[in-house]
Design a protein around this ligand. Structure first.
Ligand SMILES: [Zn+2]
Length: 423
């Protein structure tokens, strides 16, 4: 990990600030600038954990942070330990320990045995730039805490990043949600990740969310989620292009907008807009490009040299073909609007379910296809399967929607994610 010290800036500084705040320190504003107050919080953390209190986040301090970032510790059972005592020591619950260690018998703990002890804090970050690395760590942390989660990969991005999927539930009714087709729309990833965390916790504790019986939903349905379809694009949209990226020089050329990548980059690392790369009127989308000023790889709206030219869109199509989704949702930002139409195809119940979604979110159900009404994921799904497929444009304002909208966006969309399998 990157060494952080006074004067450092960027996504990792935000991560450390957010973590310190979460575990009870005061690093000041979570602004990505490593200032005096952040350094003081690091020094206090180092003192409390027996580290050299130099205020520099080097490898040793990162190792300690890593545990809190993952949200659990590996604990070795000692004489006279009980789950209750361990839970008290870690400010967590017996249920959380039991959930993370399903094969252990609490009355028969073996000295020297290693168990996973989740801290009494949430795993998923919702107040910072949500990079691929943060998502990957959060997935590991959730999987350790909730071993009943099925986690896998549907393929790799152009730059070789795993395209993770998470399955919630074991039932026969399958639905599919995905996020971050577009780089600067990365806020849709923590939206889906936070849902995974809340759903898993409710399942583990047998509680309800908004009146929905999550254990019952879990038995009846399987919610598949790909939280980040375009990790290379998200990385560019958050960190800007890096010299280590083989497309670095190309990217600098392709972004001819005069604006920073953080404000404009939607495409993958080859400058292909993944949501114009699906084989549903791809040729029509291509024909529009000159009038949109697109002549080749670009921050947005370039559909690629051929339908499914990109590994990310190929992976989504293959994954979809291996399943029997009764409904799909592709999360984008922004506009607080729900798109459901593709050409003149009206899948059974698609309008009715769209109206239910609109009522639940407070978003507008649009009856006009929008500019990307061609060659998007939901377009392909609707055409192929004649089943309900939605593009939900969450949040309002300008892309990238600021993370300060997270709580509102989550509140608006949680019920849709709960009711889709049973609607
Ligand atoms: Zn989008």
């Amino acid at each position: 990990m990157e060494v952080l010290r006074l004067g450092s800036r960027g996504a990792n500084v935000k991560l450390v600030q957010s973590l310190l705040a979460k575990i009870g320190y005061n690093p000041g504003a979570i602004d990505g600038v490593f200032g005096l107050q952040t350094r003081q919080a690091v020094i206090e953390f180092q003192r409390d954990n027996g580290l050299v209190p130099d205020g520099v986040v080097g490898p040793a301090t990162w190792r300690f942070f890593e545990r809190f970032l993952l949200g659990y510790d590996t604990y070795t059972i000692r004489p006279l330990d009980t789950f209750y005592k361990i839970a008290a020591k870690y400010y967590t619950t017996v249920n959380a320990i039991l959930t993370a260690n399903p094969d252990l018998v609490p009355t028969n703990l073996q000295i020297g045995q290693q168990i996973i002890v989740p801290y009494g804090i949430d795993v998923v970050f919702t107040d910072i730039d949500y990079t691929y690395d943060i998502m990957e760590r959060d997935i590991r942390g959730l999987k350790a805490r909730y071993p009943f989660l099925e986690v896998g990969s549907v393929g790799r991005s152009v730059l070789g990043r795993e395209l993770y999927y998470i399955r919630l539930g074991t039932g026969p009714t399958e639905v599919f949600y995905n996020g971050s087709h577009h780089g600067i729309e990365w806020i849709t990833t923590p939206l889906l990740m936070k849902f995974i965390e809340n759903y898993s916790r409710a399942y583990a504790t047998g509680s309800r969310i908004r009146g929905y019986d999550v254990r019952d939903l879990f038995r009846r349905s399987s919610i598949y989620i790909i939280p980040m379809v375009n990790p290379d694009g998200v990385d560019i949209a958050i960190n800007g292009p890096q010299p280590s990226n083989p497309y670095y020089q190309d990217l600098l050329r392709w972004n001819d907008t005069g604006l920073p990548f953080q404000q404009v980059w939607k495409a993958n690392t080859r400058g292909v807009d993944l949501n114009r790369n699906y084989p549903a009127s791809w040729e029509e989308a291509k024909a529009q490009e000159p009038s949109l000023g697109v002549t080749g790889p670009a921050p947005t709206r370039y559909g690629g040299p051929a339908p499914l030219s990109e590994p990310e869109s190929q992976a989504l199509v293959n994954f979809t073909r291996q399943h029997n989704f009764k409904l799909v949702i592709a999360y984008h930002t922004q506009g607080r609007v729900i798109y459901w139409l593709y050409q003149n195809i009206r899948p059974p119940r698609a309008l009715e379910i769209g109206q239910i979604f609109a009522a639940s979110t407070g978003y507008t159900l649009s009856n006009v296809p929008y500019e990307a009404a061609y060659a998007g994921y939901k377009d392909w799904f609707v055409e192929q399967y004649r089943r309900p497929g939605y593009t939900i444009e969450a949040g309002i304002g300008r892309n990238p929607v600021p993370i300060s909208q997270f709580d509102t966006i989550y509140r608006e969309n949680e019920e849709v994610m709960l009711l889709s399998p049973i609607v």
